[in-house]
Design a protein around this ligand. Structure first.
Ligand code: GAR
Length: 200
């Protein structure tokens, strides 16, 4: 008897290109299936892309909650728990989650971050890599823990920094690798294998 596919919810804030690659990867003998794409921005264009891929969508606008992150997260939890995901993938989700929220999905929430962690947690990763004169940049998929961008690494992909690179050109080169890395990590993770995926 084959195991039931792992249920995957994907959280986005914008265009959702990583979400599309994750959804497209979950076919055939893949051990997981997408059950929800959830955004903190009802206008996120990624929601339309998810609908076009026949994935259920929901949005919880964070703005009416102001600085009350706990109240926002209570609202965010409702559609998420209704979807009863086994795995939650943050894919360009640009809200910082509280430790209490993260704890609910301990060991089964992943994030993709556009740097070679532990270098450059937080924002403006590409500009910071350029400012430091780094020869390489890249992206990391990691388990989400209470500390921002600091959970165990599940995969990394590297790209060279090229002469004349700008933050935008570097971001575009890294994004190509994000689209390879995240599906590769999810496939492994959903099969119960936490061995890091190393690309590039
Ligand atoms: C990606 O580059 C992702 O690594 C980054 O946002 C972009 C989302 O693009 N995430 C973060 O910076 C998280 N702190 P997408 O919406 O096209 O997937």
């Amino acid at each position: 008897m084959t195991a039931a596919p792992r249920r995957v919810a994907i959280l986005i804030s914008g265009g959702g290109s990583n979400m599309v690659k994750l959804v497209e990867s979950m076919t055939g003998d893949h051990p997981a299936r997408p059950v929800l794409v959830l955004s903190n921005d009802p206008a996120a264009s990624g929601l339309d892309r998810a609908r076009a891929l026949d994935v259920p969508v929901a949005a919880v606008d964070h703005r009416p909650f102001g600085r009350d992150r706990a109240a926002f997260e209570t609202a965010l939890l409702q559609p998420l728990l209704e979807a009863s995901p086994d795995v939650v993938c943050l894919a360009g989700f640009m809200r910082v989650l509280t430790p209490a929220f993260v704890a609910r999905f301990a060991g089964r929430m992943l994030n993709i971050h556009p740097s070679l962690l532990p270098a450059y947690p937080g924002l403006h990763t590409h500009q910071r890599a350029l400012d430091a004169g780094d020869a390489q940049a890249g992206c990391t998929v990691h388990e989400v823990t209470a500390d921002l961008d600091a959970g165990p690494v599940l995969g990394q992909a590297r790209v060279p920094v090229l002469p004349g690179d700008t933050a935008d050109s570097l971001a575009a080169r890294v994004l190509v690798q994000e689209h390879r890395l995240y599906p590769a990590v999810l496939r492994r993770f959903a099969a119960g294998d936490r061995t890091p995926v190393l690309l590039g």
